[in-house]
Write a protein that binds this ligand. Sequence first.
Ligand SMILES: [Zn+2]
Length: 230
Amino acid sequence: MQKLIDGVHKFRDEEFGRYKSLFKRLSRQGQNPHTLFITCSDSRVLAELITQSQPGDLFVVKNIGNIVPPANVVGSTNSTAAAIEFAVQSVGVSDVVVCGHSQCGAMTALLENKPSPDSPHLNQWLEIAAPVRTLIENNYSHLKKDSQACITAAGEENVLFPVEKLPNVSGRPGKTWGRFPGAFSAGVFQNQPRGKLFPFNNPKKKTNSSGVGSTNFPRTLAGKKLKPPS
Ligand SMILES: [Zn+2]
């Protein structure tokens, strides 16, 4: 805790001056971030750092495993959906980026599928991404003996899932992510060995008025090795 307190003082004394006019303008005009950035709570993934963004640029949601629940999941499990609605409808972001990362503990737990009786909330949360686990079991059986490759594949499929599949989940107008056609993009941050963010290009971005996602995203993080067998 002392480290945080020291950091707050250091920021105020040494850093704030550099951002003073920016914070003043943001305070005066209100925020106008261009992107909702959904990423993992993992302490190694700092949205502003890896995208070199400034205060006011990103509206950030961090949750366990950067999971984006379907719009029809309501209640305490869907604060992420609330953030999407608020960011898109009220704040007016034009982009929603779902950013996964390598070595994700949530993806590991998702694939292991050993829910702990001591973690009912975590179990419930991870089960939202159960379709990703099924997809890995069905389409990536060729990686079965390589657990790290499976986790990497799950990380990719998890960020592509909302982009490709969720707009079709509900089918009820006004109750699906299809209200936000073309807003979703996805990427995976690989902290080791390259510190690189791998983006997935959305071929339907801004062009698909139905909001239905594409299934043609290239799986690029680990190249051909992760490609599901055709
Ligand atoms: Zn993670």
